[in-house]
Design a protein around this ligand. Structure first.
Ligand SMILES: Nc1ncnc2c1ncn2[C@@H]1O[C@H](COP(=O)(O)OS(=O)(=O)O)[C@@H](OP(=O)(O)O)[C@H]1O
Ligand SMILES: Nc1ncnc2c1ncn2[C@@H]1O[C@H](COP(=O)(O)OP(=O)(O)O)[C@@H](O)[C@H]1O
Length: 202
């Protein structure tokens, strides 16, 4: 609870930064069930954009929980705090002209809306991408064996598993909706890149 603090503005405003860096930042917020394809798409998208010489960086749920958010679990409050922190971090990256790709389950609509609001308040672009696949498909994929563990009752209590014993609230107004049971990884990257091109980000 900080008191007696004063915001110190920079000497370069956001439009001047865009003109000097040659790139407008944008947060691309991937949300979806575990194994829906968020990390796979985020990696492929990052690689594709880097090869176009764009400044891009990926923030991934599993990875961030090894460091910045290593103190957080999977109860509702922890997930709220996880997403609040990442919203702030992605806002900073995007303000620095980065194309910021986040890959978090982010199961609660209110948390994602907060992320959007934080960006909008700072006049920073925010694109929500629903990485969608039915539970039956993600359970079949189960690359980390977590659904199997959850079904076996080995992930429980405050560690409840999204889609099995913890909620996932699907987006209602995502800018992009990708069904990964119908679209392959290359197709997903194309859909996002075309959206970026159409809206002047690349
Ligand atoms: N209980 C429970 N529920 C959901 N996910 C779990 C859980 N325990 C561990 N994991 C692993 O953590 C990854 C999700 O972390 P996130 O930070 O994206 O989750 S959240 O947005 O705070 O809900 C998630 O990664 P992805 O599979 O890439 O989504 C899992 O590998
Ligand atoms: N169309 C697709 N898009 C993305 N991933 C897919 C697709 N089809 C199959 N997969 C596989 O599904 C799994 C998705 O895992 P991952 O990318 O870690 O998802 P998440 O980050 O949402 O948990 C990977 O093993 C990936 O190879």
């Amino acid at each position: 609870m900080s008191t007696n603090i004063t915001f110190h503005p920079g000497s370069v405003d956001s439009e001047e930064r865009v003109s000097l860096t040659g790139q407008r930042g944008v947060t691309i917020w991937l949300t979806g069930l575990s194994a829906s394809g968020k990390s796979t798409i985020a990696c492929a998208l990052e690689q594709h954009l880097l090869h176009l010489h764009k400044y891009v960086y990926r923030l991934d749920g599993d990875n961030i929980r090894f460091g910045l958010n290593k103190d957080l679990g999977f109860d509702e409050k922890s997930r709220n705090e996880n997403i609040r922190r990442i919203s702030e971090v992605s806002k900073l990256f995007t303000d620095s002209s980065c194309i910021t790709v986040t890959a978090f389950i982010s199961p609660y609509r209110a948390d994602r809306n907060l992320a959007r609001e934080l960006h909008q308040t700072a006049s920073l672009p925010f694109l929500e991408v629903f990485v969608d696949a039915p539970l039956s498909v993600v359970e079949e994929r189960d690359p980390k064996g977590l659904y199997k563990k959850a079904r076996a009752g080995e992930i429980k209590g405050t560690w409840n598993f999204t889609g099995i014993s913890a909620p996932y609230e699907p987006p209602e107004n995502a800018e992009i909706h990708i069904k990964t049971h119908e679209t392959d990884v290359e197709g997903s990257v194309r859909i996002i890149t075309e959206y970026l091109a159409k809206n002047g980000f690349v």
